[in-house]
Design a protein around this ligand. Structure first.
Ligand code: UDP
Length: 498
């Protein structure tokens, strides 16, 4: 008699820590209290990130002995990005890595398919790994995009092919940066300058075309798993569901019940990693600070500033007189300068001379990496100056910490608009986005915003109330009857009976 095979989900994260972290957490949720379900990761990697601080964090995720045995990893041979033109967009590098890993992914899938104990049900991949879709079709697997950003961005991506054929095609990218566009579920109109990076390139450019292509494939999947929750982005979530539902019903009139397309299952945030670099130093220092007195400053796993901007932030911090914990990276003119690339220099050498000594009592600077989730959860932390990466936003929301929005690259400007204009839980220094003049935010402005955020005032109290409310809603979404738990169970049920 044949033994029943156990269901198995294959996950392909695209290179970059902020894709891997939430996907691994999602996998842990799936196998929690369930010995039948298995998750197999196939991880494409890039050569240049081989010894950066984020890749040491990657190793600590993959080699974490606390992971249940039914989650396994196959790390693929590194794809050499030196074959790419220098200064390629992050998204281009990521797609390149995935494309060149396809033969290996194919090989892995073939070997998984021949397993006598498991049967592969679905392939889950992250945004820039859409090239695996063809493989999924070949092996007849269900396909899901794991969207490690917000539903607002997903809605925009699903709508981009339409924008491309209408507004963008008639204006042919001559729209001014302050003109606005709407998309389903956006609460406020978005200015062109706030749209994701690739959309700011000419319509005929490879970067734009490649992004458009990625966006087109997003409506071809069986579902989108989004790291968000209903209360955070209710309009965008509803708009996506409604649009996809209509399309599916139009395509297939016989289905009585079209399964949901969008699964808002968040917030999924990184669990504490006890072997994070600089961990003890940061936590000990925070332990010695008064409650809610510290501004935490970080630009994600790879955000970088120009030398001039780095100086202005340093002087702005000094002028503000407030306490800070700052994760410093060596300067780079491109905002995502260290996202996929190793930084070899000591970042602290690039701070204004005497800064560290002068601010000794007030601040702590650490190079490149800090235990962010624990810092945001620490009672001494009061606010977060953030580049508005989606994971950082969720972590801040979960811990009820209001933000100063300082978007740098990718879709971060969109996220900043959501925080500032829609959710109203962030302040934003002027000129972070407007690239007039030299595009540098001056120390006086930085000090002004920090003071507004850190000192008690009506506006601040209101903002703290709102983020506390979001934090409660985030926790509620994850309770037994919460919206995210329900979406998660629906999805898991579906996978287990295929
Ligand atoms: N992170 C961290 N320590 C750091 C910088 C980043 O633990 O010093 C983590 C952070 O908690 C988050 C992720 O790395 O989970 C960064 O993801 P995000 O989406 O915010 O930004 P990205 O790295 O994609 O720009």
């Amino acid at each position: 008699k044949m033994e029943k095979k156990h269901p198995c989900i294959v996950m392909v994260p695209s290179p970059g820590l902020s894709h891997l972290i939430p996907l691994v957490e999602f996998a842990k949720m799936l196998v929690h209290d369930d010995d039948e379900l298995n998750v197999k990761f196939i991880v494409p990697t890039l050569s240049s990130s081989s010894s950066s601080s984020s890749s040491s964090s990657m190793n600590s995720i993959l080699n974490n002995s606390d992971l249940p045995p039914n989650i396994t990893f196959t790390v693929l041979p590194q794809v050499n990005v030196e074959d790419l033109p220098v200064k390629s967009q992050t998204s281009t590098q990521i797609r390149f890595a995935v494309k060149h890993s396809l033969p290996f992914i194919h090989q892995q899938l073939t070997s998984f398919m021949s397993s006598t104990t498991h049967h592969i049900v679905a392939l889950v991949f992250s945004i820039f790994a859409t090239d695996v879709l063809d493989l999924a079709k070949e092996f007849n697997l269900l396909t899901y995009v794991f969207f490690a950003s917000g539903a607002s961005l997903l809605s925009f991506c699903l709508y981009l092919p339409y924008l491309d054929e209408t507004v963008f095609s008639t204006t042919n990218n001559t729209m001014s940066l302050t003109e606005t566009v709407n998309f389903p579920g956006c609460v406020v109109p978005f200015q062109i300058k706030d749209l994701p990076d690739p959309v700011l390139y000419e319509r005929s450019s490879e970067v734009y075309k490649s992004f458009l292509n990625v966006c087109r494939t997003h409506s071809l999947v069986d579902g989108a798993i989004v790291n968000t929750f209903t209360h955070l982005e209710s309009e965008a979530i509803a708009a996506i569901q409604q649009q996809q539902q209509q399309q599916r019903e139009a395509n297939d009139r016989n289905t009585d019940k079209v399964p949901p397309f969008v699964y808002p299952i968040g917030p999924i945030i990184q669990s504490e990693t006890s072997n994070d670099v600089n961990r003890l130093e940061c936590l000990r220092w925070l332990d010695n600070q008064p409650p809610r007195s510290v501004l935490y400053i970080s630009f994600g796993s790879g955000g970088t500033l120009s030398q001039e901007q780095l100086n202005e932030i340093a002087f702005g911090l000094e002028m503000s007189g407030h306490k800070f914990l700052w994760v410093v990276r060596a300067p780079n003119e491109y905002g995502g300068g260290a996202y996929l690339n190793e930084q070899k220099e000591d970042p602290l050498h690039h701070l204004p001379s005497g800064f560290v000594e002068r601010t000794k009592g007030e601040g702590l600077v650490v190079p490149s990496w800090a235990p962010q989730v624990e810092i945001l959860g620490h009672g001494s932390t009061s606010a977060f100056l953030s580049h508005c990466g989606w994971n950082s936003i969720l972590e801040s929301v979960v811990h009820g910490v209001p933000m100063i929005a300082w978007p740098l690259f990718a879709e971060q400007r969109m996220n900043a608009v959501l925080l500032k204009e829609v959710l109203k839980v962030a302040l934003m220094p002027e000129k972070v986005v407007d690239n007039d003049e030299d595009g540098i935010v001056k120390r006086e402005e930085i000090a002004r915003v920090i003071k507004r955020m850190m000192e008690e005032n009506e506006e601040g109290l209101e903002m703290r109330k709102r983020i506390k409310h979001l934090s409660d809603a985030a926790a509620a979404a994850l309770t037994q009857n919460g919206s995210s738990t329900k979406a998660f169970s629906t999805l898991k049920q579906k996978w287990k009976i295929v």
